[in-house]
Design a protein around this ligand. Structure first.
Ligand code: BG6
Length: 492
């Protein structure tokens, strides 16, 4: 019989993230028997709710994997029986002390491990951490806190947040989530690089011409305008999700797979990066558009967004890593809302084959003959490599073909959601996929001067229609660095 118990407390339990991602991820882990025997889940929020009401609410969003449908209902009931609710203010030590009593009751004298998930707006992070640590932390086991971005909105506010959190928590108790690090293909990036001889030797300026990190969503900020307008796409996606992937992509071989070794290498990459210049960035904002009898709203049509808002919903940037491996290689990022497609991918474009014997088969456009490695993070996870190949038959005609690893064909089992992996890691104390404070600081240092300049100079975003491929300026930016966007070039 286990002598310990685990309590997971979701603070902000009635919010969108909790309902859509956190409870379903916990259930998936429960179903897979990844959670300890004595596990209890507590929802904490201000609204009054009974345990039963919380269970009803979360039962709407729990699902079983396609290949695990049998006894799904029983498992759900078992899981829901372990879910409880406590209503309280976010800044009340007294209310957290009441929660502590309830937790103790469930823990029944066993040694207790407590994981708080802060699924709440950032302005109340510190209050909650103060109350949780003074009134509801474990006395005989660990207490950990998962926080989700935004971690400030620039270097200064982020440092201030870190300083405040550290009044109550040690760095090793803080788990800063970047859920992109929990995505299957992002985790696989290191495997691909470091365990395949065919890739790692090519991973440098000698063979790679440019790298592209692309994030695109086919919906706008409807319903989140209030949050989004204070942040914009650069803070929402680039400074964290895309930059984290870039750091993993570009880091040197870590000493080991230990969290500290990996994070040390990531920080080195971030610190070797050139400060972002305004001329290497372009911003856009979506405008209303009518198509096929439907009208799509513009960003500023949202009542929670000021009419004259200059907040970018789209941005592209060219970044450089000034170290020996990557000197001169443009790393391009592009992120946007309300575009024609939903997709996240990494594209690696290789250099020309020197003195290519088959040059004349490609006409004048040698760019069409370069290899490109694509890691499609979502949807339809895939890794494919564009190669030149002889079209079978007499004569010598070449074309571009894909060596294609399509996940759903090769691995039919459903891929776990990023939050499942990250929650499990936090429970197990594995910090590899969480952001260390010096990493966060380095990431902000890179973007803060640019963000300030964009705001001070009131740079107007280029408008693009909802559902389009984005503003045309994105092509000029790429062309300036002698790059063609792999996914916008007509050949995917
Ligand atoms: C979040 C951003 O971090 O990531 C959202 O705040 C964005 O704006 C979301 O929609 C995208 O996540 P995913 O996993 O759906 O690609």
């Amino acid at each position: 019989k286990e002598e310990s118990s685990l309590s997971i407390i979701i603070v902000g339990a009635s919010g969108d993230l909790a309902r859509k991602k956190i409870f379903p991820a916990l259930f998936a882990l429960f179903y897979e028997d990844c959670l300890p025997e004595n596990v209890t889940v507590f929802g904490y929020a201000r609204s009054k709710m009974t345990d039963e009401e919380l269970r009803n609410m979360i039962s709407q969003t729990l699902t079983c994997r396609i290949d695990k449908r049998e006894n799904c209902g029983d498992k759900m009931d078992e899981f829901l029986k372990r879910c409880f609710y406590h209503s309280g203010e976010y800044n009340s030590e007294e209310h957290f002390a009441q929660l502590d009593c309830k937790l103790k009751e469930k823990e029944g004298g066993r040694s207790s491990f407590r994981l708080f998930y802060l699924s709440i707006p950032p302005n109340i992070f510190v209050d909650v951490v103060r109350c949780a640590s003074t009134s509801a932390s474990s006395k005989n086991g660990w207490t950990r806190v998962i926080v989700e971005k935004p971690f400030g909105r620039d270097s200064e506010s982020s440092r201030e947040l870190t300083r405040c959190l550290k009044q109550y928590l040690a760095e090793d108790q803080i788990f800063r989530i970047d859920h992109y690090l929990g995505k299957e293909l992002v985790e696989n990036l290191s495997v691909l690089r470091f365990s395949n001889l065919v890739f790692e030797p090519l991973w440098s300026r000698n063979y790679i011409r440019n790298v592209q990190f692309i994030f695109s969503e086919d919906f706008g900020t409807e319903g989140r305008g209030g949050y989004f307008d204070n942040y914009g796409i650069i803070r929402d996606i680039m400074q964290n999700h895309l930059l984290q992937i870039l750091a993993l992509f570009a880091m040197e071989t870590p000493v080991s797979l230990d969290a500290e070794d990996i994070r040390n290498e990531k920080v080195k990459v971030l610190r070797s990066m050139r400060l972002l210049q305004l001329e290497d960035v372009m911003v856009g904002q979506y405008k209303g558009h009518s198509k096929g009898g439907r009208t799509y709203p513009g960003y500023t049509d949202d009542p929670t967004v000021p009419n004259n808002s200059l907040t970018p919903t789209f941005a592209a940037a060219a970044l450089f890593i000034d170290n020996a491996r990557w000197d001169g290689v443009p790393f391009l990022m592009r992120a946007g809302k309300a575009l024609h497609t939903k997709r996240a991918e990494i594209r690696v474009q290789f250099r020309h084959v020197p003195g290519n014997l088959f040059k004349r088969n490609f006409g004048t456009d040698l760019d069409k003959a370069t290899n490109e490695l694509v890691l499609r993070v979502q949807p339809d996870e895939a890794i494919y490599l564009k190669i030149n190949n002889k079209v079978p038959g007499l004569g010598m005609r070449l074309d571009r073909s894909d060596l294609n690893l399509l996940y759903k064909a090769r691995y039919p089992k459903e891929i776990p959601d990023a939050y499942e992996r990250l929650l499990l890691d936090a429970i197990e104390g594995e910090r590899r996929l969480f952001i260390r404070s010096d990493e966060l600081d380095a990431a902000w240092s890179l973007f803060t001067p640019l963000l300030k300049e964009l705001e001070e100079k009131k740079i107007a975003p280029e408008l693009y229609p909802y559902g389009s491929r984005g503003p045309v300026g994105v092509h000029y930016l790429a062309a300036k660095h002698n790059v063609r966007w792999g996914d916008l070039s007509g050949e995917d």
